[in-house]
Write a protein that binds this ligand. Structure first.
Ligand SMILES: Nc1ncnc2c1ncn2[C@@H]1O[C@H](COP(=O)(O)OP(=O)(O)OP(=O)(O)O)[C@@H](O)[C@H]1O
Ligand SMILES: [Mg+2]
Length: 506
């Protein structure tokens, strides 16, 4: 049957097989192939689609002869001809498009065209027995039998299959990674302290309701993380989560950010703009640093919380909102209220469901739990194998008072993970503020240098002692020094060498 086809079709096969081995990027290669099909086989328009298993949708990935569109073209399984081809795994050929009611023309490319002049062929792209996508083309209708054209396109589809398969996996992974980045690797809020278990319980209670939530806690305690967790556990998780940091925008623009404005509402309002409440739709609006909200705007926010209504700045119709409000602050709002900086009515309205995050220094062993968690994640991020946190580092982590809370812990470990050369987080890799212990005023630099050197020495000696099961002579040898010096340092740093006599080295 193929022999009925013109010579140019065979030249197209030759050229396409070469394009596939040129090692160009997927989009470039596929587009060049469609160009080839147009030039040598009279194809007018062409599309290569991927079947995304994770979304159960067919995405048009590469097009030729179809005007560029803002939004991507996709079909659900079974929808339109492409959808049917993917479900059935069998080609479809339509000699005259005007006779085919199933043809959707999702791309809109044929809206202005007399469809009676067009024929359409769609073939599945199969790899390892599975349909991974579809190749579709249209060409001038000549009223002939399309069988040989179908066979030809099946050959092309087979040639494309391995690349389309690889592309699909790549796309699915991107999606997966995005989800992981958004939710954390396990959607994890690490914590086992009693106070944190209470927080987890509160999240469970409130997530699926529409209640306003107020999250309080010092800086870096995880308020942002908790807000996200509540949103992603709510029934509106697929709607937007929109964040506004009330402290980060000038006072006179806060209201426009929240509620939007009409064109000309104030100097600089050259366009009409929608605010965060409208953006959030039925999702969540997260008002971070709510304590910074100017008093004048507090009244307006109160009205939205009570009546679920607002207007854009500069007038216009009243807009209803269904967005859920989560607010957070590291200020003590009660004190702000007492001092007249925060409206008491808004405070009561916001604190329908308060969640308080304790400072890290009050979470006991959670410090270690979090440290292990961060070290593991950082190792993956840096592509480095980090095996453990040594005892000197653990001591420092536990005794520090963590004014910057979880964020500070994360930063400290990031620095140490970058610096380590042996995959171990040593005490001397932690910043000087921790070495000073207890976190008194920062020591002068000469002093802290001295302390770091001592911490380093002490760690080296402990590590050596572990290796030689507490034998001081051998430890001295390992470190290339004398037993006298080792003994001196051991007593100076208060190291209990007998402790290591029973430890087996792994
Ligand atoms: N319990 C936790 N488990 C895992 N990661 C956490 C935890 N708490 C906080 N983090 C991480 O610590 C960092 C700081 O948390 P977050 O930004 O949520 O703090 P915050 O309270 O909003 O701080 P700020 O008041 O400065 O805005 C983030 O990277 C967050 O993912
Ligand atoms: Mg925050």
């Amino acid at each position: 049957m193929l022999t009925e086809l013109p010579q140019t079709y065979f030249r197209a096969i030759e050229k396409i097989s070469r394009l596939l081995t040129e090692g160009e990027e997927f989009k470039t290669t596929m587009y060049s192939i469609l160009v080839r099909l147009a030039r040598q086989t009279g194809m007018k328009r062409g599309m290569i689609s991927l079947y995304r298993r994770d979304l159960e949708e067919i995405h048009v990935d590469i097009t030729y002869g179809i005007p560029k569109r803002e939004s991507p073209i996709y079909y659900r399984l079974g929808e339109g001809i492409t959808g049917q081809v993917v479900v059935s795994g069998r080609p479809v050929a339509i000699p005259r498009l005007d006779k085919e009611p199933l043809f959707l023309d999702r791309s809109g490319a044929r809206r202005e065209i007399d469809r009676s002049t067009l024929a359409f062929i769609c073939v599945p792209i199969k790899y390892a027995g599975e349909t991974v996508g579809a190749l579709s083309v249209d060409r001038a209708a000549k009223g002939e039998n399309l069988k040989s054209e179908v066979s030809f396109l099946e050959i092309i589809a087979n040639m494309l299959a391995p690349r389309v398969h690889a592309r699909r996996i790549q796309e699915e992974n991107v999606k997966l990674r995005e989800a992981i980045d958004r939710h954390g690797p396990l959607g994890t809020i690490v914590g086992n302290a009693k106070s944190m278990r209470l927080v987890a319980e509160q999240i469970n209670q409130v997530a699926d309701s529409q209640s306003t939530v107020l999250i309080t806690g010092e800086t870096g305690t995880g308020k942002g993380l908790i807000a996200e967790e509540i949103h992603y556990r709510s029934r509106h998780r697929d709607e937007p989560l929109v964040r506004l940091n009330c402290g980060a925008i000038p006072e006179n623009l806060v209201e426009s950010e929240l509620f939007g404005h009409q064109k000309g509402a104030f100097t600089g309002a050259v366009e009409q703009r929608i605010g965060k409440f409208e953006m959030a739709g039925k999702g969540t609006i997260f008002l971070d640093e709510i304590g910074e909200l100017p008093l004048a705007s507090q009244v307006k926010l109160l009205r939205v919380l009570e009546d679920r209504e607002f207007e854009r700045i500069g007038g216009g119709k009243t807009i209803r909102t269904e967005a859920r409000v989560i607010a957070a602050t590291n200020r003590e709002l009660e004190k702000e209220v007492a001092d007249g900086r925060f409206r008491s009515d808004l405070y009561y309205r916001l604190s329908v469901f308060p969640i308080h995050l304790p400072p890290l220094r009050e979470r006991g062993a959670d410090i270690i739990l979090l440290a292990d968690y961060f070290v593991q994640r950082l190792g993956e991020k840096l592509g480095k194998k980090i095996t453990r946190i040594d005892s000197s580092a653990l001591d420092l982590l536990i005794s520090y008072h963590w004014p910057g809370n979880v964020r500070e812990l994360q930063n400290c470990l990031e620095r140490a993970a970058l610096l380590t050369t042996d995959g171990i987080i040593h005490g001397y890799l932690l910043p000087p503020s921790l070495q000073a212990g207890g976190g008194e005023s920062p020591a002068d630099s000469a002093d802290s240098f001295q302390r770091m050197v001592q911490a380093y020495e002490s760690t080296l000696i402990i590590e050596a002692l572990k290796k030689v099961k507490g034998n001081q002579t051998k430890a001295a040898k390992v470190l290339g020094t004398t037993k006298r010096i080792i003994q001196y340092k051991i007593s100076r740093y208060n190291i209990d060498y007998r402790k290591y006599s029973g430890i087996r080295v792994s």
